[in-house]
Design a binder for this molecule. Structure first.
Ligand code: FMN
Length: 199
């Protein structure tokens, strides 16, 4: 059974919902799944005026947060981050930057990796966020498994680099079918490839 870690940072909750969707699809595909959020690094006072950020913080702060051991445990890892100025959020970047010791021991290599992101605006840096994430995964010696156009659903959401959500400026709690299908497909594909590598 493939062990999949879903490791994500989310400020205002879209990434949390995306991570849970990916996890459910991966479990349905037969994987053993760990969902781990990357802990908030900012003082909650600094985003107290943002109701969605505060709500997501309160809902997740007591859940187990990601550690390097979650990657060591996993056969496959799907990372998630909001797009921040076209790149990965600093909170996830800080977590990745904490992994030097495991990297030097070769414990991050030979795993299947992929990613998801969300933006306010259409496109909005989704592809560059995933590419900058994948640069780090290349340094891990990871096996990056992008969705490409390997299923009809990818011609609907149109992002071959990973799964992505255009959230808009209102915080949304339910995703459109194209986003859900892309998240499900990403999970199934990562599990399928990891299953085959493990056999
Ligand atoms: C500092 C900062 C930079 C951002 N940069 C972008 C951006 O480059 N493009 C974009 O469309 N949205 C950008 N956004 C919006 C977030 O990507 C968007 O709200 C995302 O859905 C948040 O995900 P979350 O709810 O999981 O935190 C930015 C938000 C912040 C706070």
């Amino acid at each position: 059974m493939t062990k999949l870690a879903v490791i994500y940072y989310s400020a205002t909750g879209h990434g949390t919902a995306m991570a849970n969707r990916v996890a459910a699809a991966a479990e349905a595909a037969g994987a053993e799944v760990r969902v781990r959020h990357v802990a908030e690094t900012r003082d909650p006072e600094s985003f107290a005026q943002n109701a969605a950020w505060t709500a997501n913080y309160e809902a997740t702060k007591d859940l187990p947060s990601a550690t390097g051991d979650d990657i060591v445990w996993a056969d496959a890892v799907i990372f998630g981050s909001p797009t921040r100025f076209g790149s990965v959020a600093s909170q996830l970047r800080s977590f990745l930057d904490s992994l030097g010791g495991l990297w030097s021991e070769g414990k991050l290599s030979d795993k299947v990796y992929a990613g998801f992101t969300s933006t306010n605006t259409e496109h909005g840096g989704q592809e560059t966020t995933l590419l900058t994430l994948y640069v780090t995964l290349i340094h891990f010696g990871g096996i990056i498994v992008p969705p490409g156009y390997t299923d009809a659903v990818k011609f609907v959401d149109g992002n071959p680099y990973g799964a992505s959500l255009t959230a808009g400026h209102d915080n949304i709690s339910e995703f459109d079918d194209a986003t859900n299908d892309a998240l499900d497909h990403l999970a199934r594909r990562v599990v399928s490839v990891a299953d085959r590598l493990g056999s």
